[in-house]
Design a binder for this molecule. Structure first.
Ligand SMILES: Cc1cc2nc3c(=O)[nH]c(=O)nc-3n(C[C@H](O)[C@H](O)[C@H](O)COP(=O)(O)OP(=O)(O)OC[C@H]3O[C@@H](n4cnc5c(N)ncnc54)[C@H](O)[C@@H]3O)c2cc1C
Length: 304
């Protein structure tokens, strides 16, 4: 353990922490260094520390779209799930959320305040930062729709600045944040005020019930593994090949939803990588389509 102390901050950087507990797949080896900051000052100090040590730095949100190698990750992993909170103005619909705020928490708070526009987000177990990076979406809605701007800190700089929605090159499960070394610190949304609170809460609740009945929420997963090769659905292509229930090691193609790989029995990242490759080959052979992964990979030399 290392202690970063200054007049402003005192945060622990822990060595060799298993990252499986930081991902929803419950898979991944140790972080060489790991810290969980709760303020911007701590995030800045951690990035400075990594620069001084000349080690790489990566950001983890809720780890709900991450595959981390069994060998772990070199350098400093900064997990932002403890950097959370949100401010809601029920009158004008403005919502400002800190990057580690869970998306389901914000969706429920917005509904309770009579703000329409985030009911789709209740079943996505990520943080606001991860949702902006991934342009997370479901049931016809997505993060970029109601986003006004985000506040970022470059991993290679010191100055915090704002990026407007239109600067972020949003697309289907894509933003420019996937290519550039920014830490998302917070996000501002403009929701629709004045809606019936009871109806919004009921709609939000029904969305969650629908997802729980069609997706394997009871087992560790990362949500959809593959991007949909429009106009096709990856899950349908995999299901049509009869691959539901196919296992490699502790990883299984979900029997509930074929675009999910679930960790049924102490799966390793290697099991999952092999199962991904198996599915890609099977779909390519039959349909001539290469399925690309939606899930982000950390600690691998090459991405699958
Ligand atoms: C059961 C289940 C259901 C799901 N359903 C959906 C769904 O319907 N729709 C959907 O779109 N996704 C879905 N997902 C996937 C996932 O929840 C989303 O992609 C989510 O937005 C990821 O957020 P996160 O905080 O977990 O990010 P992580 O998985 O921690 O990180 C994802 C990427 O974002 C980067 N990142 C995270 N936070 C920051 C930050 N603050 N600053 C800079 N970079 C950052 C990471 O470095 C990584 O590259 C599901 C996952 C699960 C487990």
């Amino acid at each position: 353990m290392d202690n970063l102390s200054s007049s402003l901050i005192n945060i622990k950087v822990n060595k060799l922490i298993p990252l499986a507990q930081y991902t929803t797949w419950r898979v991944g080896g140790p972080a060489e260094w790991l810290a969980e900051p709760t303020s911007i000052a701590e995030i800045k100090a951690l990035i400075d520390w990594a620069k001084k040590q000349k080690i790489p730095c990566q950001i983890i949100g809720a780890g709900s779209n991450l595959l981390i190698n069994d060998a772990g990750i070199k350098g400093l992993s900064i997990c932002l799930r403890k950097f959370n909170g949100s401010k809601i103005d029920p009158k004008d619909g403005l919502v400002e959320a800190v990057s580690g705020e869970p998306l389901p928490t914000l969706a429920r708070r917005a509904a309770r305040a009579g703000l329409h526009g985030l009911e789709w987000a209740v079943g996505i177990p990520g943080t606001i930062g991860g949702a902006c990076v991934m342009n997370a979406g479901a049931q016809g809605g997505c993060t970029s729709e109601r986003l006004e701007s985000i506040q970022v800190l470059p991993l290679d700089g010191n100055e915090i600045f704002e990026l407007k929605q239109q600067d972020l090159n949003f697309n289907y499960r894509y933003s420019r944040l996937q290519k550039e070394p920014f830490v998302v610190l917070s996000a501002k949304f403009k929701l629709e005020p004045g809606h019936n609170k009871k109806e919004l809460c009921e709609k939000t609740h029904q969305n969650l019930i629908h997802r729980k009945s069609t997706q394997p929420y009871e087992l560790p997963s990362c949500g959809s593994v593959f991007r949909n090769p429009e106009p096709f659905k990856a899950g349908r292509l995999i299901e049509d090949l009869g691959l539901k229930g196919h296992c490699i090691g502790g990883a299984e193609i979900s029997k509930t939803h074929a675009n999910f790989i679930v960790n049924t029995n102490h799966a390793s990242a290697k099991d999952i990588v092999q199962l991904i490759a198996f599915v890609q080959q099977a779909v390519q052979k039959t349909h001539g389509l290469l399925l690309h992964t939606e899930v982000k990979q950390l600690g691998f030399k090459e991405n699958v």
